[in-house]
Design a binder for this molecule. Structure first.
Ligand code: PXP
Length: 241
C-alpha cells in the first residue's frame, strides 16, 4: 500500500499572505502526523514565498516521520540541506514566475550540475530523489546520476483533458514504475493529486509513496488537517495496491 507524504507548503502560503505567524506550517505538520501522514514534505524555494528558513529548522526538530525537503540545486539551498539533514531531498526544477512546480526536472540536460549536488547530498547520508516526468530517458539518467529514488510527475494524468490523454498518462506512469524499479530506484508519485483522482494512480502497482499538498491543505480548511489526512489515507488504503 502506498505511503502518504503531506506537503504543508500552502499552510505557509496562507500565513505569508498576511505576513503574520498563523497558521504555522510546523503546527500543520504535527496535525498531519496525528492524522496518519507517513511523511512531511516542504519546499524551501529560493524566493521563500511559502516555507521559510525558520520553518525548515523547526520541522527538522519536530517532525517524527520521514522529512522530505523539495529543493532546486542552487548552491545556497544545497548548503542549507546539508546542514539541516532531512531524511530525503527531492530535487525539483524551480522558476520564479511559476505558480507551483511545473513538470519535472530535466536530468538529461543538466546532468553535470545535478550530479555534483546529488553527490554532495548523498555524502551526508541524505536519500536523494529526482522529480521527473515518466519518460525512459529521464528515468535512466536519474539512475545513472546516482539518485536512489524518483518521484514521477503525475500532473500529466491529473491535468489530462480527455479520457484518451488520461489513459496515455496512466500507461506512461505504469511503464515508468516498471523501468524505475528494474533499475533499482524507489518510485514515488506526486503533483496534482486530489481526493477525486488519486484512486486510479494508487491502483498502479509499485508506487511506494505519494506526495500530496494543495488538495489536502484545501480540504483541511473545512474539516481540519487531521481529518483531511485521514480521508486521503483511507483512499490510499482502499484503492492502493
Ligand atoms: N511533489 C512535488 C515534487 C511537488 O513539487 C509538489 C508541489 O509542491 C507536490 C508533489 C505536491 O503537489 P500538489 O500540491 O499538486 O499536491
Amino acid at each position: 500500500m502506498p505511503l502518504l507524504g503531506v506537503n504543508i507548503d500552502h499552510v505557509a502560503t496562507v500565513r505569508n499572505a498576511r505576513r503574520t505567524d498563523e497558521p504555522d506550517p510546523v503546527w500543520g505538520a504535527m496535525e498531519a502526523e496525528l492524522g496518519g501522514a507517513d511523511g512531511i514534505t516542504f519546499h524551501l524555494r529560493e524566493d521563500r514565498r511559502h516555507i521559510m528558513d525558520r520553518d525548515a529548522r523547526l520541522l527538522r526538530e519536530t517532525v517524527g516521520v520521514k522529512l522530505n525537503m523539495e529543493m532546486a540545486i542552487a548552491d545556497e539551498i544545497v548548503a542549507i540541506a546539508v546542514d539541516l539533514r532531512p531524511d530525503q531531498c527531492s530535487i525539483v526544477p524551480e522558476r520564479r514566475e511559476e505558480i507551483t512546480t511545473e513538470g519535472g526536472l530535466d536530468v538529461v540536460r543538466h546532468h553535470q550540475r545535478i550530479a555534483s549536488a546529488v553527490e554532495r547530498l548523498r555524502e551526508t547520508g541524505i536519500v536523494v530523489c529526482a522529480f521527473i516526468e515518466p519518460t525512459e530517458a529521464q528515468i535512466r539518467a536519474s539512475a545513472d546520476i546516482g539518485f536512489q529514488s524518483v518521484e514521477l510527475w503525475t500532473g500529466g494524468y491529473a491535468h489530462a483533458k480527455t479520457p484518451a490523454a488520461r489513459d496515455t498518462a496512466i500507461e506512461a506512469l505504469r511503464s515508468g514504475i516498471e523501468l524505475g524499479r528494474s533499475l533499482g530506484l524507489v518510485v514515488h508519485g506526486g503533483h496534482g493529486l486530489t481526493y477525486r483522482n488519486v484512486a486510479e494512480v494508487a491502483r498502479l502497482p509499485g508506487f511506494c509513496e505519494f506526495n500530496i499538498g494543495h488538495s489536502i491543505v484545501s480540504r483541511a480548511i473545512f474539516v481540519g488537517m487531521r481529518e483531511a489526512v485521514r480521508e486521503m489515507k483511507r483512499l490510499l488504503t482502499t484503492h492502493g495496491s
